[in-house]
Write a protein that binds this ligand. Structure first.
Ligand code: PLP
Length: 640
């Protein structure tokens, strides 16, 4: 929504106007400045109303979504206000005074600078506080204190700033619990209501005793080696940690780049759509004390079967284990071959290796990026047992010709629909078009269960086998210590299933919203010649948007685009790197570049942009602007 930017620019101009009026009131010592007063500051007012937004634009202040602003962004803003004051001072002295004579009240410049320093950052502060999305969870309303407990390393200025940010931003879902510092004068005292523990070497004890979920390293002045040592300790514990940037890094980003430093809190690459309902259901499971093999899983399976319009669904731990069970059910074993796509997530082929069979890759269609059905038959040998058709990025593979060739050669077809829950191929839901299919629910997927997946099939015997295999090989009427076959523990917990039940009930809404986000992206990117959105085939009667992937035109390096985007604080991912070129595939099977040219070309040119169900037009705008800037910079480089 480009209007947003115009609003903010307009507000800046208005606030600058107010600053000058207030400055005039201070300068002339009156509450009611007269026209004679105002006319003396008028040229300065006009200059300020132009110069301040101009400097903000150059400094990158208009690039930011203030919802994600950190103290670094505010630092940049204050720097831009001060820079604006300097420019205004110089402009007044060297241009306005010579033109208008000495009557200009110079102290008004100082007053205006001071007032701007309050009003302009104040506006951003209000934006940061009020930029709330409908989908933000009200933790208090949800009745859950679902916050990550944070230990701040460093009780100095940076640590205190971090603490204040956490306390003032409940939407971050963080709760500062304590500080950790080496300074004996601070240890044992309280800072900002939090105890200060120490020395740093005690970090593991503090993390354990205080049930810390995340460590924030706020010691920008400390030697780099110290920071690296603390990071190593965190890895060893293990506990999640984040490092607040060094002052030097701040300067690098701030001074060197017109776009301003990257935010520490970025537009997220992906984000699960979790509401208070999911939280309530998880709490209910906890209260029930029945955490595995219960009614939530049964309900979850019924809902998954409904979505896929399949007879059976079986919940498991993740997409990889679901694919593994499909290989076992297909009777795939040593010496067998299984055909699949090289342009996918590595698990699509790894599942074949789990059973010591050989993956046979078939190159992809350049438009849908799915397995090219015309190339399947040529890959079939007498050892071929099955075909895994992957529905990449949520777009169905062309199933009819794949099913026809499989029927002709009596091969099993498995659908790797891990990225495609709810997608439709010629009006049919994916998943159970083949003998069985898999849906995965990692947090970056359309819907999530945390970790988890489900198998779907219309084959009752296979459903029974899947249930046995995921449950240590127990058959339906086996006792807990009876095992009819070699099995695994691939069971989904009731907690995961509870999240999945709510997500499945909301799935149509989620897919609809993701479709709208994708539409906004496609429209916004239409003006960038070098970027091509994913094409939707006419047989895709319902797209299930997993990620938003674009293809870069020849000559544009995906690596360079991703690196440059990251520098602007915008994440982007190289989805996918062809499986056959992964080091261990090359080593095991002797694959070489050039063997699957269409996949390799896609692997060099496709980039996934930040994408999630509740992504706002403003966020998409920020991403597209960054991509546009990055590409035009690259264009300039090549023209040089
Ligand atoms: C196409 C495909 N297959 C399989 C998987 C494996 O799923 P999981 O990560 O749940 O094991 C994924 C996961 O992203 C995937 O994208």
């Amino acid at each position: 929504m480009k209007l947003r930017y115009r609003h903010v620019i307009f507000a800046d101009i208005l606030l600058t106007f107010i600053s000058v009026v207030l400055a005039a009131m201070l300068r002339f010592g009156t509450l009611y400045p007269e026209m004679t007063h105002l006319s003396r500051v008028l040229p300065f007012m006009v200059a300020a109303m132009g110069i301040r937004p101009l400097i903000f634009g150059l400094a990158g202040v208009y690039r930011r979504l203030w919802r994600y602003a950190t103290h670094r962004d505010f630092g940049l803003l204050v720097g831009a206000v001060l820079a604006g004051s300097l420019v205004l001072f110089a402009f007044t002295m060297f241009v306005l005074v010579p033109l208008w004579g000495d009557s200009f009240p110079r102290s008004a410049i100082l007053f205006e600078g001071m007032i701007s320093l309050v009003l302009l950052p104040g506006l951003r502060f209000v934006l940061k506080e009020t930029e709330r999305y409908d989908e933000d969870i009200d933790w208090v309303k949800a009745g859950v204190s679902a916050q990550r407990r944070v230990l701040i390393v460093g009780a100095g200025d940076s640590g205190i700033q971090t603490c204040i940010q956490i306390q003032q931003n409940p939407h971050l879902g963080l709760r500062a619990v304590a500080f950790l510092d080496d300074d004996p004068r601070k240890i044992g005292r309280e800072t900002h209501g939090l105890p200060v523990y120490g020395p740093l070497i005690k970090i593991a004890d503090v993390v354990r005793e205080k049930s810390i979920d995340e460590v924030l390293l706020a010691v920008p002045g400390a030697p780099q080696q110290t920071v690296m040592n603390i990071e190593a300790l965190c890895r060893e514990i293990p506990v999640a940690f984040r490092t607040i940037p060094y002052f030097g890094q701040f300067l690098d980003g701030g001074a060197g780049s017109m776009n301003g430093p990257a935010s520490t809190l970025k537009v997220p690459m992906s984000m699960p759509d979790i509401t208070a309902q999911e939280i309530e259901e998880v709490v209910r499971v906890m209260q029930s004390r029945n955490l595995s093999i219960g009614m939530r899983t049964v309900e979850f399976e019924r809902l998954v079967a409904d979505v896929a319009r399949a007879d059976h669904a079986v919940a498991v731990t993740n997409g990889t284990s679901a694919l593994h069970l499909c290989m076992i059910a297909s009777g795939v074993g040593p010496g067998d071959e299984v055909i699949t796509s090289p342009f996918s997530f590595v698990a699509s082929a790894n599942c074949i290796l789990f059973e010591k069979a050989t993956p046979v890759f078939v190159d992809i269609d350049p438009v849908t990026l799915n397995m090219d059905p015309g190339k399947v038959e040529a890959a079939i040998t007498e050892r071929t047992k099955a075909i895994i058709a992957v529905h990449i990025f949520g777009q169905p593979a062309d199933m009819d010709p794949i099913m026809a060739v499989a029927k002709k050669h009596k091969l099993v077809v498995i659908e790797d629909a891990c990225e495609a829950i709810g997608a439709e191929y010629k009006g049919r839901r994916v998943g159970a078009i083949g003998r069985a299919g898999t849906f995965a629910f990692y947090p970056n997927k359309q819907m999530t269960t945390g970790e988890g997946a489900a198998l779907v099939t219309n084959d009752g015997e296979w459903a029974h086998l899947f249930r046995s295999l995921r449950n240590q090989g127990r058959d339906k009427f086996d006792g807990w210590l009876d095992h009819s076959r070699l099995g695994y523990n691939y069971r989904m917990s009731e907690l995961n299933a509870a999240v999945g039940v709510v997500q499945l009930k909301r799935l149509d809404d989620i897919l609809g919203k993701r479709g709208s986000v994708a539409d906004v992206y496609t429209r916004a990117l239409s003006s960038i010649e070098e970027v091509e959105p994913l094409q939707i085939s006419p047989f895709t009667t319902r797209m299930s948007w997993f990620v938003y992937v674009v293809r870069l035109r020849d000559g544009i390096s995906r690596y360079e685009v991703i690196t440059a985007m990251e520098k602007l604080g915008i994440p982007a991912r190289p989805y996918f790197a062809p499986i056959h070129l992964q080091p261990f595939y090359r080593k095991m099977f002797g694959f070489e570049p050039g063997m699957f040219p269409v996949s390799e070309a896609a692997g060099e040119s496709t980039v996934a942009l930040p994408f999630h169900t509740n992504m706002k037009a403003e966020e998409i705008d920020v991403v597209c602007r960054a991509l546009k800037d990055v590409i035009s910079e690259m264009r300039k480089e090549t023209d040089r």
